[in-house]
Design a protein around this ligand. Structure first.
Ligand SMILES: C[S@@+](CC[C@H](N)C(=O)[O-])C[C@H]1O[C@@H](n2cnc3c(N)ncnc32)[C@H](O)[C@@H]1O
Length: 310
Protein backbone atom coordinates (compact mmCIF):
# COMPACT_ATOMS: atom_id res chain seq x y z
CA UNK A 1 0.00 0.00 0.00
CA UNK A 2 1.48 3.36 -0.99
CA UNK A 3 -1.01 5.84 0.34
CA UNK A 4 -1.04 7.40 3.76
CA UNK A 5 -4.32 7.90 5.58
CA UNK A 6 -6.03 11.07 4.43
CA UNK A 7 -7.60 13.39 6.93
CA UNK A 8 -10.69 14.70 5.16
CA UNK A 9 -13.81 12.69 4.39
CA UNK A 10 -13.50 13.65 0.75
CA UNK A 11 -9.94 12.39 0.64
CA UNK A 12 -10.96 9.13 2.25
CA UNK A 13 -13.73 8.63 -0.29
CA UNK A 14 -11.78 9.58 -3.38
CA UNK A 15 -8.19 9.05 -2.30
CA UNK A 16 -7.27 12.57 -3.24
CA UNK A 17 -4.21 14.28 -1.87
CA UNK A 18 -3.83 18.05 -1.52
CA UNK A 19 -1.85 17.95 -4.71
CA UNK A 20 -5.10 17.64 -6.60
CA UNK A 21 -4.43 14.07 -7.57
CA UNK A 22 -6.30 10.85 -7.23
CA UNK A 23 -4.29 8.06 -5.72
CA UNK A 24 -5.59 4.72 -6.96
CA UNK A 25 -3.93 2.91 -4.04
CA UNK A 26 -6.06 4.96 -1.67
CA UNK A 27 -9.18 4.20 -3.73
CA UNK A 28 -8.44 0.49 -3.32
CA UNK A 29 -7.80 0.95 0.37
CA UNK A 30 -11.19 2.59 0.73
CA UNK A 31 -12.75 -0.59 -0.71
CA UNK A 32 -13.61 0.85 -4.12
CA UNK A 33 -12.78 -0.78 -7.38
CA UNK A 34 -11.09 1.80 -9.61
CA UNK A 35 -11.83 -0.22 -12.76
CA UNK A 36 -15.53 -0.19 -11.93
CA UNK A 37 -15.31 3.56 -11.44
CA UNK A 38 -13.67 3.83 -14.86
CA UNK A 39 -16.32 1.62 -16.51
CA UNK A 40 -19.01 3.96 -15.34
CA UNK A 41 -17.37 6.54 -17.61
CA UNK A 42 -15.25 9.40 -16.47
CA UNK A 43 -17.06 12.29 -14.87
CA UNK A 44 -15.63 15.70 -15.71
CA UNK A 45 -13.03 16.87 -13.20
CA UNK A 46 -14.14 19.45 -10.65
CA UNK A 47 -11.76 22.16 -11.81
CA UNK A 48 -12.66 24.61 -9.04
CA UNK A 49 -11.93 22.02 -6.34
CA UNK A 50 -8.67 21.07 -8.03
CA UNK A 51 -7.67 24.73 -8.23
CA UNK A 52 -8.29 25.09 -4.48
CA UNK A 53 -6.18 22.05 -3.64
CA UNK A 54 -3.40 23.19 -5.95
CA UNK A 55 -3.35 26.56 -4.19
CA UNK A 56 -2.62 24.76 -0.90
CA UNK A 57 -0.03 22.63 -2.62
CA UNK A 58 1.92 25.58 -4.02
CA UNK A 59 1.63 27.41 -0.71
CA UNK A 60 3.05 24.47 1.24
CA UNK A 61 6.46 24.87 -0.38
CA UNK A 62 9.11 27.55 -0.08
CA UNK A 63 9.12 28.62 -3.69
CA UNK A 64 11.87 31.22 -3.09
CA UNK A 65 14.41 28.40 -3.14
CA UNK A 66 13.20 27.24 -6.55
CA UNK A 67 12.23 30.53 -8.21
CA UNK A 68 15.56 32.22 -7.55
CA UNK A 69 17.10 29.62 -9.89
CA UNK A 70 14.75 30.56 -12.74
CA UNK A 71 15.42 34.30 -12.99
CA UNK A 72 16.99 34.10 -16.42
CA UNK A 73 13.79 32.79 -18.04
CA UNK A 74 11.96 35.96 -17.02
CA UNK A 75 14.78 38.27 -18.01
CA UNK A 76 14.80 36.72 -21.49
CA UNK A 77 11.00 36.89 -21.65
CA UNK A 78 11.04 40.65 -21.06
CA UNK A 79 13.50 41.01 -23.92
CA UNK A 80 11.33 38.78 -26.11
CA UNK A 81 8.27 41.01 -25.61
CA UNK A 82 10.54 44.05 -26.19
CA UNK A 83 9.29 45.70 -23.05
CA UNK A 84 9.23 49.51 -23.20
CA UNK A 85 9.64 51.79 -20.16
CA UNK A 86 6.34 52.96 -18.63
CA UNK A 87 4.29 50.17 -20.21
CA UNK A 88 1.74 48.71 -17.83
CA UNK A 89 2.70 45.11 -17.09
CA UNK A 90 0.83 42.31 -15.32
CA UNK A 91 2.68 39.24 -14.02
CA UNK A 92 0.17 36.36 -13.70
CA UNK A 93 0.97 33.47 -11.32
CA UNK A 94 4.08 35.50 -10.64
CA UNK A 95 5.26 33.51 -7.61
CA UNK A 96 8.06 35.37 -5.87
CA UNK A 97 8.15 37.93 -8.68
CA UNK A 98 10.67 36.84 -11.31
CA UNK A 99 8.87 38.33 -14.32
CA UNK A 100 7.54 41.31 -12.34
CA UNK A 101 11.05 42.21 -11.19
CA UNK A 102 12.50 41.73 -14.67
CA UNK A 103 9.83 44.11 -16.02
CA UNK A 104 10.44 46.63 -13.21
CA UNK A 105 14.17 46.60 -14.01
CA UNK A 106 13.13 47.86 -17.44
CA UNK A 107 10.98 50.63 -15.88
CA UNK A 108 7.69 48.90 -16.52
CA UNK A 109 4.73 49.90 -14.37
CA UNK A 110 4.26 46.48 -12.86
CA UNK A 111 1.61 44.55 -10.94
CA UNK A 112 2.63 41.13 -9.66
CA UNK A 113 -0.14 38.62 -8.90
CA UNK A 114 -0.30 35.11 -7.51
CA UNK A 115 -2.79 33.20 -5.35
CA UNK A 116 -0.22 32.45 -2.63
CA UNK A 117 0.14 35.61 -0.50
CA UNK A 118 3.45 34.48 1.06
CA UNK A 119 5.05 34.37 -2.41
CA UNK A 120 3.90 37.92 -3.11
CA UNK A 121 5.39 39.11 0.18
CA UNK A 122 8.67 37.63 -0.95
CA UNK A 123 8.32 39.46 -4.30
CA UNK A 124 7.81 42.67 -2.32
CA UNK A 125 10.98 42.04 -0.28
CA UNK A 126 12.98 41.32 -3.41
CA UNK A 127 11.71 44.53 -5.05
CA UNK A 128 12.57 46.54 -1.93
CA UNK A 129 16.07 45.07 -1.85
CA UNK A 130 16.63 46.30 -5.39
CA UNK A 131 14.84 49.62 -4.95
CA UNK A 132 12.24 48.65 -7.56
CA UNK A 133 8.59 49.75 -7.45
CA UNK A 134 5.99 47.02 -8.02
CA UNK A 135 2.36 46.59 -6.99
CA UNK A 136 1.41 43.24 -5.57
CA UNK A 137 -2.10 41.82 -5.63
CA UNK A 138 -3.45 38.42 -4.66
CA UNK A 139 -5.26 37.00 -7.70
CA UNK A 140 -6.33 33.73 -9.23
CA UNK A 141 -5.16 33.39 -12.82
CA UNK A 142 -8.63 32.06 -13.65
CA UNK A 143 -10.34 35.19 -12.35
CA UNK A 144 -8.14 38.25 -12.68
CA UNK A 145 -9.48 41.28 -10.75
CA UNK A 146 -8.73 43.84 -13.50
CA UNK A 147 -10.91 45.53 -16.12
CA UNK A 148 -10.73 44.54 -19.78
CA UNK A 149 -7.70 45.82 -21.67
CA UNK A 150 -5.92 47.19 -18.55
CA UNK A 151 -2.37 46.20 -19.47
CA UNK A 152 0.05 46.78 -22.34
CA UNK A 153 1.89 43.57 -21.51
CA UNK A 154 0.69 40.43 -19.73
CA UNK A 155 3.40 38.01 -18.62
CA UNK A 156 3.36 34.58 -17.09
CA UNK A 157 6.55 32.59 -16.66
CA UNK A 158 5.85 28.89 -16.04
CA UNK A 159 2.90 30.04 -13.94
CA UNK A 160 -0.49 30.28 -15.69
CA UNK A 161 0.24 26.95 -17.38
CA UNK A 162 -0.46 25.17 -14.08
CA UNK A 163 -4.02 26.43 -13.49
CA UNK A 164 -6.52 23.61 -14.16
CA UNK A 165 -9.13 25.54 -16.17
CA UNK A 166 -6.94 26.28 -19.16
CA UNK A 167 -9.63 27.79 -21.37
CA UNK A 168 -10.62 30.18 -18.59
CA UNK A 169 -7.00 31.24 -18.00
CA UNK A 170 -6.52 31.87 -21.72
CA UNK A 171 -9.68 34.02 -21.75
CA UNK A 172 -8.43 35.99 -18.75
CA UNK A 173 -4.95 36.60 -20.20
CA UNK A 174 -6.59 37.86 -23.40
CA UNK A 175 -9.25 39.91 -21.62
CA UNK A 176 -6.89 42.01 -19.47
CA UNK A 177 -4.46 42.71 -22.35
CA UNK A 178 -5.27 45.72 -24.53
CA UNK A 179 -5.74 45.24 -28.25
CA UNK A 180 -2.27 45.41 -29.84
CA UNK A 181 -0.66 44.61 -26.49
CA UNK A 182 1.52 41.56 -25.92
CA UNK A 183 1.12 38.37 -23.93
CA UNK A 184 4.46 36.78 -23.04
CA UNK A 185 4.73 33.32 -21.55
CA UNK A 186 7.26 30.66 -20.82
CA UNK A 187 5.84 27.13 -20.69
CA UNK A 188 7.65 23.85 -20.06
CA UNK A 189 7.34 21.36 -22.94
CA UNK A 190 5.88 17.86 -22.44
CA UNK A 191 8.88 15.99 -23.82
CA UNK A 192 11.64 17.84 -22.00
CA UNK A 193 13.07 17.22 -18.55
CA UNK A 194 10.24 18.90 -16.64
CA UNK A 195 7.64 16.92 -18.60
CA UNK A 196 9.45 13.73 -17.61
CA UNK A 197 9.80 14.91 -14.02
CA UNK A 198 6.03 15.44 -13.67
CA UNK A 199 5.35 12.18 -15.52
CA UNK A 200 7.63 10.28 -13.11
CA UNK A 201 5.88 11.87 -10.13
CA UNK A 202 2.47 11.12 -11.65
CA UNK A 203 3.30 7.39 -11.83
CA UNK A 204 3.32 7.42 -8.03
CA UNK A 205 0.63 10.04 -7.37
CA UNK A 206 -1.54 10.25 -10.50
CA UNK A 207 -3.25 13.46 -11.59
CA UNK A 208 -7.06 13.69 -11.52
CA UNK A 209 -8.69 11.81 -14.39
CA UNK A 210 -9.77 14.04 -17.23
CA UNK A 211 -7.54 16.96 -16.28
CA UNK A 212 -5.76 18.41 -19.30
CA UNK A 213 -1.99 18.33 -18.80
CA UNK A 214 -0.33 21.65 -17.99
CA UNK A 215 2.14 20.84 -20.76
CA UNK A 216 -0.55 21.56 -23.35
CA UNK A 217 0.67 25.16 -22.94
CA UNK A 218 4.11 23.96 -24.00
CA UNK A 219 2.98 22.90 -27.49
CA UNK A 220 2.19 25.02 -30.52
CA UNK A 221 -1.10 23.16 -31.10
CA UNK A 222 -2.18 23.75 -27.51
CA UNK A 223 -1.31 27.44 -27.66
CA UNK A 224 -3.24 27.90 -30.92
CA UNK A 225 -6.28 26.11 -29.46
CA UNK A 226 -6.17 28.14 -26.27
CA UNK A 227 -5.58 31.61 -27.75
CA UNK A 228 -7.57 30.98 -30.95
CA UNK A 229 -8.35 34.20 -32.80
CA UNK A 230 -7.76 36.24 -29.64
CA UNK A 231 -4.24 36.81 -30.90
CA UNK A 232 -3.15 38.05 -34.31
CA UNK A 233 0.45 37.00 -34.12
CA UNK A 234 2.07 34.15 -32.26
CA UNK A 235 5.85 33.79 -32.04
CA UNK A 236 7.06 30.60 -30.39
CA UNK A 237 10.73 30.13 -29.61
CA UNK A 238 12.00 26.82 -28.20
CA UNK A 239 14.51 27.50 -25.44
CA UNK A 240 16.36 25.61 -22.74
CA UNK A 241 16.85 26.52 -19.12
CA UNK A 242 19.89 24.87 -17.55
CA UNK A 243 19.28 23.14 -14.22
CA UNK A 244 22.41 23.19 -12.09
CA UNK A 245 22.66 21.30 -8.81
CA UNK A 246 25.55 19.97 -6.74
CA UNK A 247 24.51 16.38 -7.42
CA UNK A 248 21.40 14.35 -8.42
CA UNK A 249 20.75 13.88 -4.67
CA UNK A 250 20.96 17.64 -4.13
CA UNK A 251 18.40 18.17 -6.90
CA UNK A 252 15.91 15.67 -5.44
CA UNK A 253 16.41 16.93 -1.89
CA UNK A 254 15.89 20.55 -2.99
CA UNK A 255 12.63 19.78 -4.80
CA UNK A 256 11.43 17.46 -2.04
CA UNK A 257 12.04 20.13 0.58
CA UNK A 258 10.98 23.31 -1.18
CA UNK A 259 8.82 22.63 -4.25
CA UNK A 260 5.18 22.39 -3.15
CA UNK A 261 4.01 19.84 -5.79
CA UNK A 262 6.94 17.49 -5.07
CA UNK A 263 6.66 17.93 -1.32
CA UNK A 264 2.94 17.08 -1.44
CA UNK A 265 3.52 14.06 -3.66
CA UNK A 266 5.93 12.66 -1.07
CA UNK A 267 3.45 13.51 1.70
CA UNK A 268 0.79 11.41 -0.05
CA UNK A 269 2.94 8.25 0.07
CA UNK A 270 4.00 5.92 2.86
CA UNK A 271 7.71 5.28 3.58
CA UNK A 272 8.09 2.58 0.91
CA UNK A 273 6.29 4.71 -1.68
CA UNK A 274 8.45 7.68 -0.80
CA UNK A 275 11.58 5.64 -1.32
CA UNK A 276 10.35 4.46 -4.72
CA UNK A 277 9.53 8.01 -5.82
CA UNK A 278 12.88 9.25 -4.50
CA UNK A 279 14.71 6.55 -6.46
CA UNK A 280 12.78 7.30 -9.66
CA UNK A 281 13.59 11.02 -9.42
CA UNK A 282 17.23 10.23 -8.70
CA UNK A 283 17.35 7.93 -11.74
CA UNK A 284 15.85 10.70 -13.82
CA UNK A 285 18.44 13.25 -12.68
CA UNK A 286 21.27 10.74 -13.25
CA UNK A 287 19.99 9.98 -16.75
CA UNK A 288 19.67 13.63 -17.70
CA UNK A 289 22.84 15.06 -16.25
CA UNK A 290 25.60 15.89 -18.69
CA UNK A 291 27.98 17.40 -16.15
CA UNK A 292 30.51 14.55 -16.03
CA UNK A 293 32.05 15.67 -12.73
CA UNK A 294 29.46 14.45 -10.19
CA UNK A 295 27.44 17.66 -10.30
CA UNK A 296 24.00 17.64 -11.94
CA UNK A 297 23.50 19.83 -15.00
CA UNK A 298 20.94 19.39 -17.75
CA UNK A 299 18.64 21.42 -20.00
CA UNK A 300 14.94 21.96 -19.32
CA UNK A 301 13.09 22.61 -22.58
CA UNK A 302 10.48 25.33 -22.69
CA UNK A 303 8.64 27.48 -25.19
CA UNK A 304 9.02 31.22 -25.03
CA UNK A 305 5.76 32.63 -26.36
CA UNK A 306 4.97 36.14 -27.55
CA UNK A 307 1.40 36.75 -28.72
CA UNK A 308 0.01 40.04 -30.01
CA UNK A 309 -3.53 40.65 -28.78
CA UNK A 310 -6.02 40.94 -31.64
C1 LIG B 1 6.45 27.24 -11.10
S1 LIG B 1 5.81 28.58 -10.19
C2 LIG B 1 6.32 29.97 -11.20
C3 LIG B 1 6.42 31.27 -10.44
C4 LIG B 1 7.04 32.43 -11.17
N1 LIG B 1 6.21 32.86 -12.27
C5 LIG B 1 8.46 32.19 -11.60
O1 LIG B 1 8.80 32.48 -12.72
O2 LIG B 1 9.27 31.74 -10.79
C6 LIG B 1 4.06 28.49 -10.47
C7 LIG B 1 3.33 29.59 -9.77
O3 LIG B 1 2.01 29.61 -10.27
C8 LIG B 1 1.14 29.95 -9.22
N2 LIG B 1 -0.20 29.52 -9.61
C9 LIG B 1 -0.58 28.29 -10.04
N3 LIG B 1 -1.89 28.29 -10.33
C10 LIG B 1 -2.36 29.54 -10.08
C11 LIG B 1 -3.62 30.17 -10.20
N4 LIG B 1 -4.70 29.48 -10.59
N5 LIG B 1 -3.73 31.47 -9.87
C12 LIG B 1 -2.64 32.16 -9.44
N6 LIG B 1 -1.43 31.63 -9.30
C13 LIG B 1 -1.28 30.33 -9.63
C14 LIG B 1 1.73 29.23 -8.02
O4 LIG B 1 1.29 29.76 -6.80
C15 LIG B 1 3.23 29.46 -8.27
O5 LIG B 1 3.65 30.65 -7.67
Amino acid sequence: MEAKTYESAENQRYGRSDLGVTNLAAVRTAGKDPERLTNRGPSPPDLAAINGRQQQTWGSGDYTQIGSRLVLMSELLCEAVDLHPDQTVLDVAGGTGNAALAAARRFGEVTCTDYVPAFLEQARRRADAEGLAIEIQEADAENLPFPDGSFDVVLSSIGAMFAPNQEQVARELLRVCRSGGKIGMTNWTPDGFVGEFFHATGRHVPPPPGLKPAFRWGTEAGLRELFGDGVRDLTITPRQHMFRFRSPEHFVETFRTYYGPTQKAFDALDAAGQERLNNDLLDLARRWTRAGDGTAIWPGDYLEVVAVRA
